[in-house]
Ligand binder design. Structure first.
Ligand SMILES: Cc1cc2nc3c(=O)[nH]c(=O)nc-3n(C[C@H](O)[C@H](O)[C@H](O)COP(=O)(O)O)c2cc1C
Length: 216
């Protein structure tokens, strides 16, 4: 499955089969998390066989990924960006996910926080009872600002961002095409909108084929 295919097939899944992640999938997922931590400086952790943190919210879930890191201003956006990188990787592995903003994970604390670190959010992960389903979405013109012709890479980037998960499906983001093929991405204030911004920027990069140098 390519990343583009993962973007299309991913939907939030809230009911999971009561079975552990296979050893091979877990090994590969841990590797992906280690790579993201090394690149970002975040402290992302996989928690397995723990049913309390998300148990009231999602059925059958006993595994989740904790997004945490140094308590800096850009922590939420970084967690969104790298968390979604992991979400799409998990989708490629044939497992399912759902971001969980309002969970008891920060109270249960089945994970470690070093001095100066802050818990941000977590992501349920496991084998879904289903694959989730498509939901309503804003349109290109609702979230994109362009003067003149729309380059195909920019349109593809925005279309990929519109398929991204956002808290309560709020899609409170905008992409503006500037001079020299630079893009400004902003989010309106809303709960978890900074996490959302990191998520949609990752989708935009995949859809447009650009790397992070595209951001103004
Ligand atoms: C930052 C963030 C927080 C979220 N928190 C929750 C949550 O607490 N409970 C929940 O059921 N879904 C949560 N979601 C999932 C969204 O409701 C979901 O992504 C959105 O409705 C779009 O649906 P889709 O993911 O299937 O495309 C969250 C998503 C994001 C990105």
């Amino acid at each position: 499955m390519t990343l583009q295919e993962a973007i299309i097939s991913r939907h939030s899944v809230r009911k999971y089969q009561d079975r552990p992640i296979s050893n091979i999938a877990r090994f590969i997922l841990e590797e992906c998390i280690a790579k993201c931590n090394a690149e970002s400086g975040l402290h992302i952790q996989l928690v397995t066989d723990e049913r309390k943190a998300l148990g009231l919210m999602f059925k059958g879930v006993s595994n989740y990924i904790v997004l945490a890191g140094n308590d800096s201003e850009d922590l939420d956006e970084l967690c969104g960006y790298y968390g979604e990188r992991i979400v799409l990787f998990v989708q490629q592995l044939g497992l399912n996910t759902c971001w969980a903003g309002f969970s008891a994970a920060n109270i249960i604390r089945a994970f470690r926080l070093e001095k100066g670190e802050r818990y941000c959010i977590c992501i349920a992960v496991g084998y879904g009872e289903n694959q989730g389903s498509p939901r309503s979405s804003k349109y290109f013109d609702d979230v994109a600002k362009v003067t003149g012709d729309v380059p195909s890479w920019f349109r593809s980037g925005v279309e990929a961002a519109l398929l991204a998960p956002t808290a309560r499906n709020q899609q409170a983001f905008r992409f503006e095409l500037l001079e020299d093929e630079k893009v400004r991405a902003v989010s309106n204030w809303a709960p978890f909108s900074k996490v959302d911004l990191g998520i949609v920027k990752y989708h935009f990069e995949i859809g447009s084929g650009k790397d992070s140098s595209v951001w103004a």
